[in-house]
Ligand binder design. Structure first.
Ligand SMILES: Nc1ncnc2c1ncn2[C@@H]1O[C@H](COP(=O)(O)OP(=O)(O)OP(=O)(O)O)[C@@H](O)[C@H]1O
Ligand SMILES: [Mg+2]
Length: 265
């Protein structure tokens, strides 16, 4: 029998503060099976980003055990964690964290630079990831020349370029209009349909509705949460399913928009 992809037991994350220590995570147990799509919800400050960072090996817990794919990764040093992250995990940050003076293609190539992949192969893979998110016409632009939704898609391409087994995204539809958010949502669905395990942090009820499982945090612990309501599920299904799996959910829109101006300088 295969072990869960992610297994957390008694995870705590504390931050020192002058008056009183903050317990961002106060004892979290969680198992994530391969192929799950999980929505992580909870009020602001409940520990969602912290939990995602711990799962993404960006932060180390103060207590508890983290097993990734059966291996105890709780005490890996920075190098070992980076290696593991680069190989298996894609992360979409709440703020996109794109490097402003580099082109979109260069941004997407960046995670591959640490993996010993040569330049032509990096380029090919970056362009493929950008095509997946419908940004093939924007590869030579700088992030500042892209709309918010396009930057979000570039950030997703960067998370996908290493073909991670686990994709983590922190409020991927925050600050996007409904239509753009729907496009992002379709993309996550397609990635999930391809077999990737996905965890999405979200305040958006429509995002949570596509998840197979919902988890709710409050004050650093899981609280009662159920599966998405059938009504909401139905609504998001009617908005249009990605049927083939190879077509980009953004194809139409990226063509509909004229190319940006003001290149160079
Ligand atoms: N680097 C840090 N230093 C000190 N305290 C922190 C740090 N990061 C998070 N915290 C605290 O830990 C708690 C959980 O923060 P976290 O960012 O995980 O919340 P969140 O659920 O993602 O909130 P939001 O919905 O607003 O993004 C908060 O009280 C926050 O102030
Ligand atoms: Mg957060």
């Amino acid at each position: 029998m295969s072990s869960p992809l992610v297994s957390l037991a008694g995870i705590e994350r504390r931050y020192p503060r002058a008056e009183r220590e903050v317990r961002a995570l106060a004892g979290v147990d969680l198992e994530i099976a391969r192929g799950e799509l999980i929505a992580l919800t909870g009020p602001s400050g409940s520990g969602k980003s912290t939990l995602l960072h711990v799962i993404g090996l960006l932060e180390t817990p103060n207590a508890g055990t983290y097993r990734f794919d059966g291996e105890d990764v709780s005490h890996l040093d920075d190098d070992a964690r980076s290696l593991r992250r680069g190989r298996d995990i894609g992360f979409v940050f709440q703020a996109f964290h794109l490097i402003s003076h580099r082109t979109i293609r260069e941004n997407v190539e960046l995670p591959l630079a640490y993996g010993g992949i040569d330049e032509p192969a990096r380029r090919t893979r970056a362009l493929r990831a950008l095509a997946t998110v419908g940004l093939e016409s924007r590869t030579d632009h700088r992030p500042g020349e892209l709309s918010g939704g396009e930057q979000q898609r570039a950030a997703i391409a960067r998370a996908l370029v290493g073909e991670p087994r686990l994709l983590l995204a922190d409020e991927p539809t925050g600050n996007l209009d409904e239509r753009t958010a729907d496009g992002i949502l379709e993309l996550f669905r397609a990635v999930h349909a391809d077999g990737t395990t996905v965890v999405l942090v979200t305040h958006d009820e429509r995002v949570a509705a596509i998840a197979g499982r919902r988890l709710a945090l409050a004050e650093g612990r899981f609280v009662e949460s159920g599966p998405p309501s059938p009504a909401l599920r139905e609504t998001s299904r009617q908005r249009g399913e990605v049927s083939g799996g190879t077509t980009s959910p953004f194809g139409e829109r990226s063509e509909a928009k004229p190319p940006g101006e003001g290149e160079g300088s």
